[in-house]
Design a protein around this ligand. Structure first.
Ligand SMILES: N[C@@H](CCC(=O)N[C@@H](CS)C(=O)NCC(=O)O)C(=O)O
Length: 231
């Protein structure tokens, strides 16, 4: 597939954009990566995703598709001859979607909230919520993987992408808060899974380095502080 037929509007640090990059890598699809500048939105983004005005947007043959999970589904259907991303069994597919929705609606908001928490108590409460979520996901991993390396079995699937895209930010949160969120004792399955996911050929070149995310997060936090009106 020619790269000029597939464009991805995104940014290196975005976990949602990372989902799409991993899915395209799994399918060996070449694409042009058009990075948005932090703090502003390009005309192409505004006209491609006028409803949410968010990245990622995949532009395939001049047609835009928005929302990371919808894009991953689309990629799986369009490049159907590559390795499958969604499970073929309807129950397994429903289960993967259930956990992906939990991650987006419940778990990730707690993780991303840590950096914005007002005060020590709020920060600790969010860390606890993240840990409780990881315990649920540890259990889900056991049931979905059935002893194999990934949620999707022998290879990376939909739920691996939906959750794994946040590994860089999870590690950045660990580094910035002096905590271990995924560890061998409490979440042994996830600890092994994280290692394998990070080392996978579809992931390793696109997963942002933890230290780079830490620096970026500090810049974001400083901007946030500056934007809060001083009393
Ligand atoms: N539900 C969306 C979330 C996408 C999202 O939140 N993107 C962020 C970057 S990580 C964004 O574009 N933020 C800009 C904004 O909110 O205006 C998806 O899964 O694609």
């Amino acid at each position: 597939m020619a790269s000029n037929n597939v464009k991805l509007l995104g940014a290196w640090a975005s976990p949602f954009v990372l989902r799409v990059r991993i899915a395209l890598n799994i399918k060996s699809v070449n694409y042009e990566f058009l990075q948005e500048t932090f703090g502003s939105k390009s005309q192409l983004l505004l006209q491609s995703n006028p409803v949410y005005k968010k990245i990622p947007v995949l532009i395939h043959a001049d047609k835009p598709i928005s929302e990371s999970s919808i894009i991953v589904h689309y990629i799986d259907e369009v490049w159907a001859s590559g390795p499958s991303i969604l499970p073929s069994d309807p129950y397994h597919r429903a289960t993967a979607r259930f956990w992906a929705t939990y991650i987006d609606d419940k778990w990730f908001p707690s993780l991303s909230g840590i950096a914005r928490a007002q005060g020590e108590e709020a920060r600790k409460a969010l860390i606890q919520q993240v840990e409780e979520g990881l315990e649920l996901l540890e259990d889900a991993f056991g049931k979905c993987s059935k002893g194999k390396a990934f949620f999707g079995g022998e290879s990376i699937g939909f739920l691996d992408i939906a959750f794994g895209c946040f590994l860089g930010w999870l590690r950045a949160a660990e580094a910035m808060n002096g905590v271990k969120l995924i560890h061998e004792a409490k979440t042994p399955g996830l600890a092994k899974w994280a290692e394998k996911f990070t080392a996978d050929g579809a992931v390793k070149e696109v997963l942002p380095e933890t230290q780079r995310l830490v620096e970026f997060s500090k810049v974001l936090q400083a901007k946030m502080r500056d934007s809060i009106p001083k009393p």
